[in-house]
Ligand binder design. Sequence first.
Ligand SMILES: Cc1cc2nc3c(=O)[nH]c(=O)nc-3n(C[C@H](O)[C@H](O)[C@H](O)COP(=O)(O)OP(=O)(O)OC[C@H]3O[C@@H](n4cnc5c(N)ncnc54)[C@H](O)[C@@H]3O)c2cc1C
Length: 344
Amino acid sequence: MIDLFPYNTLQVHAQAKNFIELNSPDQLLPTDEPLLFLGGGANILFTKDFPGTVAKINFSGIKVIKEIDSDVLVEAAAGQNWHDLVMWSVNHNLSGLENMALIPGTVGAAVVGNIAAYGQNQGDVVNSVRVLDLSTNKAVNLSHQDCRFFYRDSAFKHEFKDKLLIISVTYRLSKKAHFDTAYHSRYESLEKILTQFATPPYTIQQVANAVIKIRTVKMPDWTKIGTAGSFFKNPFVSRQRLIELQSQIKELQFYPTEKMLYPHPDDPIFKRTDQVKIPTGRLLDELGWLGKKIGNVSTFEKHALVIVNLGGATGAEIYEYSSLMRADIKKNFDIDLEYEVHII
Ligand SMILES: Cc1cc2nc3c(=O)[nH]c(=O)nc-3n(C[C@H](O)[C@H](O)[C@H](O)COP(=O)(O)OP(=O)(O)OC[C@H]3O[C@@H](n4cnc5c(N)ncnc54)[C@H](O)[C@@H]3O)c2cc1C
């Protein structure tokens, strides 16, 4: 038995029956009990002990594969720290990852959750993913399309779940900065910070610096306080329902699906043409969840969507807190929130 406390950013105690550190994708994996891959543990909540092997992905590294016109293919190992990869790309003047600076975790998990920030998504820049098929023990390459990147979603959360180990990810990054003000002006806070210390056209470094500045103020420091970032996804509602909600909630913002920056044509989002995305944080705010404390669990004082462990909360207590939030949203707004965090 090993305590997973040091391996999850929500800082909960849970026991794993077995624990291994994978320093190479060639290392043998157990086949006779449940297996859970773990990167930085920044998107997972352990509500109970794990009755099998937790395999922590440690193998890391970044290498340039080749240049194609103004693009560069860069391969990063699954256990590579995500923020370090972003800063590597920024320091090499390669664009595509800079808006996703300071997101905790590893490269492999970034693909699983199709992480995103300020309009940039993992799915925009992934070229291919190398995986180990656990049923054959053979490594194969998956194309971008095989990954089915949707809004905070991918095939790794569905048909590939527990069947494939992500070994490495190849990104297609651009030698040209793609900062276009019309596109980024949708993210007013980013634009505002940038204008404080830079003038357009902004460099990749300036954008990354602005993102780091905002995130340092707006998000809790996960190295000090237990958190997994946003707990739920943002929901979709019909335009009719939006009008009703706007009469209840002052200044409720929304985002039309045709403007969504998740460009997979099969994404169910694009089939909901009459629907808009609304911010869960604002709904929770309206119901008084900002900073609400129950036992040792609370929401972050600046963001009601971010649950924090004030110290000593169990996984079950955090789950119970999140269930109360979900029930409150259902009761008041008839919306079923979907978890962004992987619940064990
Ligand atoms: C303060 C804070 C801010 C955050 N901000 C953002 C944000 O802006 N945008 C965003 O999208 N997310 C954000 N997150 C969420 C989190 O950082 C991401 O989901 C990140 O990708 C998690 O990486 P990880 O390595 O810690 O994943 P883990 O929690 O270790 O794993 C997540 C899932 O991926 C699976 N997995 C991990 N590695 C592999 C592998 N090699 N092969 C197969 N499966 C694997 C695990 O089994 C698990 O199901 C934030 C989190 C925190 C704490």
